[in-house]
Design a binder for this molecule. Sequence first.
Ligand SMILES: O=P(O)(O)OP(=O)(O)OP(=O)(O)OC[C@H]1O[C@@H](n2cnc3c(O)ncnc32)[C@H](O)[C@@H]1O
Ligand SMILES: [Ca+2]
Length: 497
Amino acid sequence: MDDQPEMKAKNPWHRPRIIFITVLFVIGIVSMVAIGVVQNKPLHQKYKYGIVLDAGSSHTSVYIYQWPAEKENNTGMVQQMDACNVPGVGISGYSTEPNRAGDSLKSCMDKARSIIPNHRHPETPVYLGATAGMRLLEMKNAAASEKVLESVERVLQTYPFSYQGARIISGQEEGAFGWITVNYLNESLRQASGTLGALDLGGASTQITFVSGQKQESPDNSIDFRLYGHDYHVYTHSFLCYGKDQVLKLSLANEIRPVHTKTETIVVEDPCFHPGYRMNKNFQSVFNSPCVTGLSYPEKNFVHMGSGNGTKCHAAVRKVFNDSGCSYSICSFNGIFQPRVEGQFGAFSAFFFVMDFLNLTTLSLDEAKEELGKYCATPWEIIKQNHPNVKEKYLAEYCFSGTYILTLLEDGYNFTSHNWQDIKFIKKIGNSDAGWTLGYMLNLTNMIPAESPDTPPLPYGGYVTLMVLFAVMILLLGLLACKVFRRPTGSAQKEII
Ligand SMILES: O=P(O)(O)OP(=O)(O)OP(=O)(O)OC[C@H]1O[C@@H](n2cnc3c(O)ncnc32)[C@H](O)[C@@H]1O
Ligand SMILES: [Ca+2]
């Protein structure tokens, strides 16, 4: 028993060995933490890109989207990187010279090529979707619409991207993808809670889409989605010819009909244009659309003269809605089934442009009607003086467009003063425009899974924190163990001293 402490005290390697083991232990722990951190660190942000061309009736816009390469299936990850407005008219406006349709896209496509990194070009998908302008052209002249699509296809194929096709999308798709876009951007798809309805007003058609708990009486208007593990029963309808440019033609045509055409100068008085507004127009510009049907018209010009009367304008616009003949329990207009509107709505495109210009976005329905009445009665000269920088065509039409919007929402879709505040007039959500294009791309690239993707139980930050805490705990335990392990030796040494 006496020999033992003497032997330990004499061992010259005892202390260095403990130091060596401790150092190794510390290095081990530090390496473990370092490897954990490095291994799980997000890779240097790498983005992927996608391009969607919205070939609308009034103009084409090119949207470029980007998303972090490793997070394709996470909601809210795809963002709009850039939007480019193609100069000139929409592609359906090139029906008589189709080659110019493709050429018109070049400036925006060149821009896309310059802002997307070169090494991503071959894998960047390009989609073109045409909406109501091309639907109408197809109805009027199928061969011309085919040529226009061929022309845009030829040009898009000259770019180094992955061309995925140019086609006319259906009104149902336009409504559904607009709904997906706003709910994806609003991050409402992951939570089973409320979604946003989508209201889109274009130049040639308008769409209404919302989740409805009521019985869907018309299969054409009903879509079922399963997204991120949730089921959605969505009502949608697209009214062709009810975009604001076509309704202007319809309502003008209604006012022209009673006019006696034998007189020298035909004057059409219009309560939806400001007093003092006088413009020479061609009958053809009103009657050239398949939306304005069954009428012969004189090959003459007419004088379009404003009288600025909100009440009469509302009455004139009201005539474009047909309220008779609903074969369902409930309809919007023109015999189309529509359940009662439910929940919150995002109203975008021309709903926003017009209501925002008129400063009506935050008013109640009654206040909006009153303000609009005053605006319509304002003389055209004063309107022009007050807005010298606004395009004159838009400026002349805001009274009509505002009246159409209020009439469509109240008399058409049956919103009331009680649920008026449920409509939010929006242009963007975050940095991305509200519209059908993002939803279209998410769908075609399978970026919205039916089931919720498996997510790690801990976020990255939480994972690293836990790793560090555990490492520190093990280190402390190790040191404690060393101390306890050394204690008998120390007391034995003391005994010798
Ligand atoms: O959906 P479709 O019917 O194909 O048409 P579009 O896609 O071309 O239609 P937009 O939403 O781009 O525009 C809708 C209408 O609003 C008009 N518009 C665009 N910007 C506007 C602004 O700032 N003020 C007023 N009107 C505007 C435009 O000329 C159209 O008549
Ligand atoms: Ca549109």
